[in-house]
Design a protein around this ligand. Structure first.
Ligand SMILES: Nc1ncnc2c1ncn2[C@@H]1O[C@H](COP(=O)(O)OP(=O)(O)O)[C@@H](O)[C@H]1O
Ligand SMILES: CC(C)(COP(=O)(O)O)[C@@H](O)C(=O)NCCC(=O)O
Ligand SMILES: [K+]
Length: 254
């Protein structure tokens, strides 16, 4: 059994794989001030609740886009799982041909998404990950990772309106009935939800035009489901893409 862990700016997602079957998955808040032992108590409880003993875990793989908590997490797995985590980054085999100017600059989450996406959906491929930031990744027909686009995430956008405009409230991120909002909350929801769906379609269509391709378009991330229904270009939501990518990269380094 292996433990896969993706650390985003908002959530830490953990999964246990038995072979290529995901048997458990959990989501914790990413808390920059939590200690090794605070995270340790959380994961020990999760394992206990699932009837899993730390000794059953043969290996751990970690992708992390929050450098300040990297060392806490590395210590966490040594202390509470008894295993040194394989960290997705320079020096590990991903099998991905990364054409970013500096390959080490690409977020580890984007790399593992691309690895899983290529395996499961083929190429050419666009992956949209709705996390703290929304990322677009383009993988060409040859399987090369060419780069993509990064935009403020949906939560960040909604929060910015609330923080910076005195009369705008904090809203629930939910789909309104119509694009014409007749109250403040409905107007903000229309702008954010339909605006993001349009943004996705706009970026995807631009990729298609610039490269002369008809890629598959797969979405993942905490808020993917909300936007996918309104987008004309997202063909599928795959909430497990990042965890699958971690499992595949782990195997490639076995
Ligand atoms: N299962 C879920 N259902 C609904 N919203 C979620 C879920 N998971 C995460 N979110 C929300 O989606 C946003 C991004 O989450 P996530 O994809 O985990 O981001 P990150 O990878 O940056 O940590 C957050 O605002 C979070 O509250
Ligand atoms: C773009 C991101 C902030 C997305 O992270 P997330 O929203 O999942 O927390 C992360 O992938 C990152 O920090 N990337 C490094 C910059 C880059 O990929 O070019
Ligand atoms: K992510």
């Amino acid at each position: 059994m292996i433990l896969v862990v993706d650390v985003g700016n908002t959530n830490i997602v953990l999964g246990l794989y038995e072979g290529n079957i995901l048997t458990h998955d959990w989501r914790l808040s990413t808390n920059r001030s939590s200690t090794v032992d605070e995270y340790g108590v959380l994961i020990s409880n999760l394992f206990q609740f699932a009837g899993v003993r730390a000794e059953q875990i043969e290996g751990v793989i970690l992708s992390c886009v929050v450098p300040p908590i990297m060392s806490v997490l590395e210590q966490l797995f040594v202390k509470y799982v008894g295993k040194e985590a394989l960290v997705v980054g320079p020096g590990i085999k991903t099998g991905l041909n990364i054409r970013y100017e500096n390959p080490k600059d690409v977020g580890a989450d984007r790399i593992v998404n691309a690895v899983a996406g290529i395996e499961q959906y083929g190429t050419p491929l666009v992956i949209v990950d709705f996390g703290t930031a929304t990322t677009f990744d383009y993988i060409d027909a040859s399987g090369a990772y060419l780069g993509g686009a990064i935009v403020p995430g949906i939560g960040i956008a909604a929060e910015a309106l609330y923080q910076r405009a005195a009369k705008l409230p904090r809203i629930e991120l939910a789909k309104p009935k119509t694009v014409i909002g007749r109250n403040t909350v409905a107007a903000m929801q229309a702008g954010i939800i339909f605006g993001y769906a349009g943004q996705v379609d706009g970026i995807v269509r631009r990729i298609c035009k610039e490269f002369g391709v008809q890629p598959r378009v797969i979405a993942t991330g905490g808020l993917a489901e909300l936007i996918a229904g309104e987008s004309e270009t997202i063909e599928k939501v795959d909430p497990l893409l990042t965890l699958e990518g971690l499992r595949i990269v782990y195997e490639r380094n076995g």
